[in-house]
Design a protein around this ligand. Sequence first.
Ligand code: FAD
Length: 222
Amino acid sequence: MKALIVYWHPEPKSFNYALFSTAQTALIRAGWEVKTSDLHAMAFDPVSSRANFQTVKNPDFLKLQIEEMHASEMQGFSPDLELEMQKIEWCDLMIWQFPLWWFGLPAVLKGWVDRVFAMGRTYGGGRIYDTGVFQGKRALLSLTTGGPAEAYAKDGFNGDILGILKPIHRGMLEFVGFDVLAPSIVYAPVRMSEEQRNAELERYSRRMADITGETPIEVGRY
Ligand code: FAD
């Protein structure tokens, strides 16, 4: 089995990095092949532009999805995007490791999605959701928050975390065909003791060891 972990955090000594590294170690120990995209270390450019492409369909007006479809036909994506697309095509399981920022993905990870989930290559022509390009693959969000767990309960002041993650689960991952596993969330690691944080890393490591047996969650449309 093959796993891709896409990770972004600006600090290599962060707790997010510890989770990223824990997943790699646990999966490899369980017999997985693992590839990674450490977007901060790669200095990944998150901004979509003509630099996404080696090909040009219309030099007078940049319409990204038209250029994406053309590049899909002509194998014309830039080398950095081609590499990321091949990693997704290669994996059986994709994990995104990130801190929750403004109820969503941090900009670099969002920009990775903007650029890598390209029309033609990763969706389109009726290939979405149940007929999506990546059907049969699974995806998992592994994130940390600043707010405590009770703030993200259904009646918490931030609202239900599954509702907050829905644009990612439904609008990105399921849209391109992935089955979504329950998110792994460490609430407020900053407020934890060292022992509590170590216990969270241990819990995540055990989850990774058994991840093949997990059933996807029902994200739903509403
Ligand atoms: P860190 O601060 O890196 O780590 C926490 C502690 O763990 C540190 O003491 C660190 O030294 C320690 N640690 C590191 N490695 C290990 C290890 N191996 N073992 C044990 N301990 C270790 N929060 C929300 O809830 N909702 C939001 O919408 C939101 N928006 C944000 C927007 C922005 C722009 C920013 C900057 C923050 C936002 N936050 C939000 C807060 C953010 O989500 C949290 O600060 C973040 O998730 C915490 O994770 P971290 O990896 O950065 O923690």
